[in-house]
Design a protein around this ligand. Structure first.
Ligand SMILES: Cc1ncc(COP(=O)(O)O)c(C=O)c1O
Length: 470
């Protein structure tokens, strides 16, 4: 192991080696079970005597950080969590108080609950593992050194071409690869757009109820965020406050209600954006999965004024772990967005981008979408059928796309959701997605729950509702 120890300017070499190794172990940089270099080797590397290194090792061994195994070497012992973590003397560096208002990130998604009705999670057991392994291996085996250096902040050119082609065919979004920016997903897109368009204190609007991350991302950037109600036709344009500079919407499949924004409302919103010099961020996160009817034209296709940033994500179609998505922006915005991406984290990983481009070019991506659409359509039907037995308590909202379905109720479903979680059924209450107006109801994701688990999961929920947990 290549441990970095810096002895420049130090006099007590033994103490310095001891302190730096101890700090590395406590910080978890050297993990339990890892071997330290032999004393002779480390002494040579640091140009100190072997007894100096041995003395430092001995002290760490005496304190329980290290253990020697005869003939095998010296190893780090228990996990640093079992030792007292270094406590600073003072309060330490404090973040800006604004961060107190930002909720902590969600708990890790794994392990999955017994009945997983969480919205927004695809069936990862059906991820095309073999194909993906082949595509990644091919890129690595080919010795493509150009993939191992800094890439294009706008995104791998071949992937941008494929994305432009994909949205052109599947969504009638007309855009060239020059308008595509590959992102780390919808969340980063919101951040990039906010960076290049909004100043501290500017006003943005989000749907209420709505997808929480855009609201949180904008808020954390110092933007004032107005929750705007949604009716059966979509966001209520009249309720968007004067002075709003950005509106984040989910027209194809409103999150979480599942409704589609009407054509009239789309045109009204575009007209409003033009009159108010605002940008519309159109999150088209899951429309690859449409089960009945033709989707309405995206705002992007109806827009002739360059007011719409179209947002896509590979999180639902492939896996959220890839952290790959894209935006399609008016040409006027692209250079600034690319600079913002560069300054954020330079670019998405090259090998994964190239693998995805190849997956799309060879037709595997389209086949995967078709296969998953069939799987999810069957689950959607089962869920709708199963929810019929909740009549009188739940009324499903019309929804013919995506990976989730919402149902409204006459009373607060929070207690039922909490009781269900305790019994292994994981789902959300509609109220969890509201800011101003908290609607009563439940949100059922069916991406992560296998078809044969849907009815047993609903049965358990039904029993809890009948017991009065609702
Ligand atoms: C409304 C909405 N947009 C976008 C996404 C995808 O987000 P990301 O691309 O950041 O994973 C999700 C995922 O749950 C979503 O529900």
């Amino acid at each position: 192991m290549e441990i970095h120890i810096d002895l420049t300017g130090t006099r007590g070499h033994r103490d310095a080696i001891y302190r730096q190794l101890r700090a590395a172990i406590l910080a978890g940089r050297i993990r339990p079970g890892e071997a330290l270099p032999p004393t002779r080797e480390l002494a040579q590397r640091l140009a100190v005597s072997r007894t100096t290194v041995s003395a430092a090792y001995d002290r760490l061994t005496a304190e329980g950080f290290l253990a020697g195994r005869v003939g095998a070497g010296t190893f780090v012992t228990a996990s640093p969590a079992e030792r007292p973590s270094p406590v600073p003397d003072g309060p330490g560096v404090q973040p800006l108080p604004e961060w107190d208002a930002v909720p902590p990130p969600p708990a890790p998604f794994a392990p999955a609950p017994e009945f997983d009705f969480r919205p927004g999670v695809p069936d990862l057991s059906l991820f095309p593992f073999d194909t993906w392994r082949r595509l990644i291996t091919q890129r690595l085996r080919a010795g493509q050194a150009d993939l191992m250096t800094y890439g294009d902040p706008q995104g791998h050119p071949a992937l941008r071409e494929e994305i432009a082609r994909h949205v052109g065919v599947s969504r009638d979004v007309r855009a060239s690869a020059a308008q595509v920016v590959v992102t780390a997903g919808a969340q980063q897109t919101t951040d990039l757009v906010a960076r290049v368009l909004l100043r501290d204190g500017d006003l943005a609007a989000v749907e209420d109820p709505g997808y929480p991350p855009p609201r949180l991302v904008l808020g954390a950037r110092g933007v004032r965020v107005a929750p705007v109600p949604v009716d059966a036709s979509g966001i209520v344009v009249e309720a968007i406050p004067a002075g709003t500079r950005l509106v984040y919407v989910t027209p194809s499949h409103q999150y979480p209600l599942g409704l589609s924004m009407s054509l009239d409302r789309r045109l009204e919103l575009l007209d409003w954006a033009e009159r108010n010099d605002a940008v519309l961020v159109e999150d088209d996160y899951d429309t690859e999965f449409r089960y009945t009817g033709r989707p309405l034209e995206p705002l992007h296709s109806l827009d002739s004024r360059g007011r719409v940033v179209y947002v896509g994500s590979f999180s639902k179609v492939l896996s959220p772990a890839l952290r790959l998505g894209f935006l399609i922006a008016p040409p006027s915005l692209v250079p600034a967005l690319v600079k913002a991406r560069y300054l954020t984290d330079w670019h998405a990983p090259n090998v994964e981008q190239a693998a995805l481009a190849a997956f799309m070019a060879e037709g595997g991506f389209a086949r995967h979408v078709r296969r998953m659409r069939k799987v999810y359509r069957a689950r959607h039907e089962l869920l709708v059928r199963g929810l019929a037995s909740f009549a009188g308590f739940l009324t499903p909202l019309p929804s013919s796309a995506g990976l989730h379905l919402s149902a409204v109720a006459a009373r607060d479903c929070g207690p039922l959701v909490r009781a269900a979680r305790r019994r292994g059924v994981r789902l959300y209450s509609l109220g969890d997605f509201g800011v101003g107006e908290r609607r009563h109801g439940l949100v059922f994701g069916y991406g992560a729950v296998a078809a044969e688990r849907i009815e047993p999961g609903l049965a358990r929920l039904r029993a809890l509702a009948d017991e009065g947990a609702a």
